[in-house]
Design a protein around this ligand. Sequence first.
Ligand code: TRP
Ligand code: ZN
Length: 464
Amino acid sequence: MRRVGVEALTASAVALALIVGGSALVEAGASGTGSDGVGDPFFAQAGNGGYDVQHYDLTMSWDPGRARLDATAVIDVLATQDLDQLDLDLRGFNVTSVVVAGNAARFSRLGQELVIKPARRVLSRQAFTIKVVYSGTPGPVIDPDGSSEGWMPTSNGIVALGEPQGSPAWFPSNDHPTDKATFELTMTVPNNLVVVSNGLPDPPNRQSQRTTYRWHEDDPMATYLATVSIGNLTMSTTKTRSGLPVISAVTPSLANASAPSIARIPEMVDWLSTLYGVYPFDSIGAIVVDAPDVGYELETQSRPTFTTAPDDSLMVHELAHQWVGNSVSLTSWPEIWLNEGFAGYTEWLWSEHDKGRTADALFHDAYDNTPADDPFWKTPPLGLPDASELFSDVVYTRGAMTLHALRLRVGDAAFFKILRTWTTDNRNGNVTTAQFIALAERVSGLKLNDFFKSWLDTSSKPSL
Ligand code: TRP
Ligand code: ZN
């Protein structure tokens, strides 16, 4: 769901769909082909044009012996143009049927595109559903930086992670952060396995051989933040002081090592709320699986996933992303410093809060010890050459340094007001760096364009 205007559109779009009833009388004029990408500079094929997803209802069963996923996706969509053809992103699988607005549709595959030709033209503003039935053995997606995402093995099951382009490895989607939607996942597995996902669970439904789990995320979520872990996992539930459910799932071999940071989740969420405002979702918790080859953690919405045992700093990083990255989302991947710079800086703030080194000391560690001729300064956060640099050190460290330098420039009162206004004004939205600069200028009353240019978009070490 796109924030601007969509809520206002929904009711009238439903009415319109009823009145017009799929009649092909209305002439579209221009092409009725939804584009095969949303134009992201780093991922030409990511996402699709012509519609806006409202909700994903995913029903799956996983057979670990045959490594086989059988799945049905029912996707509620709002057309943003007339459509004779539209795409979803899907990687691999055998697709057995696609139904659009109740009618069987023709479809074909082209790379990561599932190209769909509805039996009848879909009209702009029409609300409709796309049902995709598919099955097969899901696999990983290898990224430009060589890392794996998508559907991956753990020591006792699987984990699905999707940043930046792995979600189509397990469900058909409009795979770009500009199209957020609510989710539900119904997953059936053999009785010895546990399923954990985003949001809140329903009670599992246990039959003689197999158990069905259902999880639902009722706040808008970018596709890359959807996750599932299946395996031998131990669930635990507690609450924060304000009553937010804290639901975690941990693989037994990492239970001891991850217990201390998991125990601090309620305290961390309360502290983060003082920084960024009310927690944006219905639940929180952590998923800890044993998959060290993955090599990173992910801020999967409402329940970050760790592939090794987290320490406090990593935990606070992924919890911070719930505000900066998940509730407040990117508009395009090259601006990823808006996620990682903020989560990285929050680690420094936590260190200071938790009686470790101050944010200022951590800033100076990085700034003072990186001389001007160090290659680190060559590529600024907004100058990433391509997607292979998305998670490079500059994104995290120069991003965090940018925020600390801003704090030094505008003072603590204005700085923390900027942070808090950013996350509260843009809750459930999508943002750009230009918007952040405008906000910082508005709150501080200072002209900051040159400041941000030197930190974010200049190939040399900024002066203080
Ligand atoms: N967003 C993750 C974090 O900072 C990191 C991450 C996601 C990542 N996907 C990746 C890092 C791929 C390297 C490669 O918490
Ligand atoms: Zn991060």
